[in-house]
Design a protein around this ligand. Structure first.
Ligand code: PHE
Length: 336
């Protein structure tokens, strides 16, 4: 082999190495491959020159040419796999799905703060030995008023802004204004002793403001047994509020009036700002109400209370506007 050819091939390999390294695109690499190994390539040209050489030179030159061609093939193959890996990475990045973004739209929901309060109250009272009863939201006049000792046209009916339902005799069917009608239904269907709570939704034609809603929730309590006293009632309400709010709280009972209890009281709790919030009405079940429920007031006595369930939720969570509970603003509700 002539040293000319040797130098020529060495230079060619050096130039080819640089050219291969400079290619950044698979199409360009294919073109370079044809240029370096194809019919018009330096290697093929040189091979053609072998015929003119003597046997010894041809053998050396032939070996050298094979080495150079193998080196070129190796260079090209390496560069191809690098470029292919890069192209794959680009495609993967472009087609990537951000699964964490998807997640924000698919958070698990949770129970509404009113439902949580409802269930918590049931748990506390069940723990105190009470059973849970429910009644209809659409009531008859008798259960909502008559049986609860509101005679027809009694002014105490004006305490409730009643929503009537267009069904039967005018004024005979209504959306219950309180959960107290369930007291009557429990007495009608249960033999004393009765220790029951009756949570539920109630309706009044009130204008919504920070402390009133036309639809809200109450939890009624009814105890009927032998020898029940006002002291039992005060003790029960105190035990309940301590269980619900914790031991540090101040409450008071204040004389009040309800046709279905005698004596009657209002149960208030002290707020942080020093004002009192009315949480419940309560009292000793009126003998006429026991009678309306089919019970003999000479044998049985009892007490009843009705808490505003939503107000219990407000107090516990330090919410200052009742309307927040019903706006269904996810950002607000997700805090509880
Ligand atoms: N039902 C009364 C109200 O809604 C509350 C209450 C219940 C009062 C039980 C006394 C006894 O205002």
């Amino acid at each position: 082999m002539t040293s000319d050819l040797d130098q020529h091939l060495t230079r060619h390999l050096a130039e080819a190495t640089e050219a291969v390294a400079a290619v950044v695109d698979l199409d360009d690499l294919r073109a370079l491959d044809a240029e370096l190994l194809g019919k018009a390539s330096v290697v093929i040209e040189a091979r053609r020159g072998l015929a003119a050489m003597d046997a010894e030179q041809r053998k050396d030159a032939g070996r050298r040419l094979n080495e150079v061609r193998a080196a070129l093939e190796h260079l090209l193959a390496e560069r191809r796999s690098t470029l292919e890996a890069e192209a794959r990475a680009v495609t993967l990045e472009a087609e990537r799905l951000d699964l964490t973004e998807l997640d924000t739209g698919r958070r698990l929901g949770h129970r509404h703060v009113v439902t949580q309060t409802w269930e918590r109250l049931e748990d506390i009272f069940v723990g105190m030995g009470f059973t849970v009863a429910e009644g209809p939201e659409i009531e008859d006049e008798w259960h909502n008023f008559g049986a609860l000792n509101f005679p027809p046209d009694h002014p105490a009916r004006d305490m409730y802004d009643t929503l009537y339902v267009d069904h039967g005799e005018p004024g005979s069917t209504l959306l219950r204004t309180h959960t107290s009608p369930v007291q009557i239904r429990v007495m009608e269907s249960t033999e004393p002793p009765i220790y029951s709570i009756m949570p539920g939704r109630v309706f009044r034609s009130d204008t919504a403001d920070a402390t009133h809603m036309p639809v809200f929730h109450q939890i009624e309590g009814l105890v009927v047994d032998r020898g029940i006293t006002f002291g039992d009632m005060a003790g029960t309400m105190d035990a309940f509020t301590k269980a619900y709010f914790g031991r540090e709280f101040t409450s008071r009972l204040r004389p009040s009036y309800f046709p279905f209890t005698e004596p009657s009281a209002e149960f208030d709790i002290l707020r942080d700002d020093g004002s009192w919030l009315e949480l419940a009405g309560c009292g000793m079940v009126h003998p006429s109400v026991l009678q309306a429920g089919g019970l003999d007031p000479e044998i049985w006595s009892g007490f009843a209370f009705g808490f505003g369930l939503d107000r219990l939720a407000l107090m516990r969570h330090g919410i200052d506007d009742l309307r927040e509970l019903f706006r269904n603003d996810h950002r607000f509700l997700s805090q509880f």
